[in-house]
Design a protein around this ligand. Sequence first.
Ligand SMILES: Cc1cc2nc3c(=O)[nH]c(=O)nc-3n(C[C@H](O)[C@H](O)[C@H](O)COP(=O)(O)O)c2cc1C
Length: 192
Amino acid sequence: MNKIAIISASVRAGRNSHRVALYLKSVIEEKQLGSVTMLDLAVYNFPVFDERLHLQKSPSAQALEFAEKINSADGVIIVTPEYNGGYPASLKNVIDLLYQEWQRKPVGISTVSDGGFAGMNVITSLQFSLWKIRAWTISAMFPVPKVTSTFNELGVPGDKEATDKRALSFLNEMLWCIEAKRRMDNKSNSQI
Ligand SMILES: Cc1cc2nc3c(=O)[nH]c(=O)nc-3n(C[C@H](O)[C@H](O)[C@H](O)COP(=O)(O)O)c2cc1C
């Protein structure tokens, strides 16, 4: 069973992008594509970290738990809003917190906005940071425009059929990358 972690990046009171995180969790579970752990940054309520986790002298239990969840996930989906053309500080905080945990990790990105452009300005800066930290960002995306009119607060889409079709295309690419990584990891292990 694939282990998928979903990072819901908005910590804003009254946030809307969390609807998409809830939706992706429900699709993965409904279609039995894997098990899902929701890493909700609003729930973690992390401080701005003053050092990377592996160099912290007294890391918090929550930070260690977050790191373990990323480390043990076969793939990570990041659901992020666009704030002034970039991704939120809450997300940069946890990307920079970790290092080894991100390496070769298949990561899928879902950008969300309540405007018509689906938060797509985030992609270049987020892709670049993830590339720098040696995550494996998958080429498929799940951009969501006009989130408040297309999903309700529980993450149920108005047009389930069309939304599921788009989500499955995104998720299948992620599953392909997870399987490719699994095979390479097995091959490397057997050669050692
Ligand atoms: C500080 C701030 C900046 C924002 N900047 C943008 C933006 O540049 N482009 C955009 O489409 N939406 C922008 N939005 C609106 C978000 O798309 C909207 O809040 C959406 O619901 C996703 O963010 P949320 O999950 O925090 O609600 C901004 C919202 C905030 C709070």
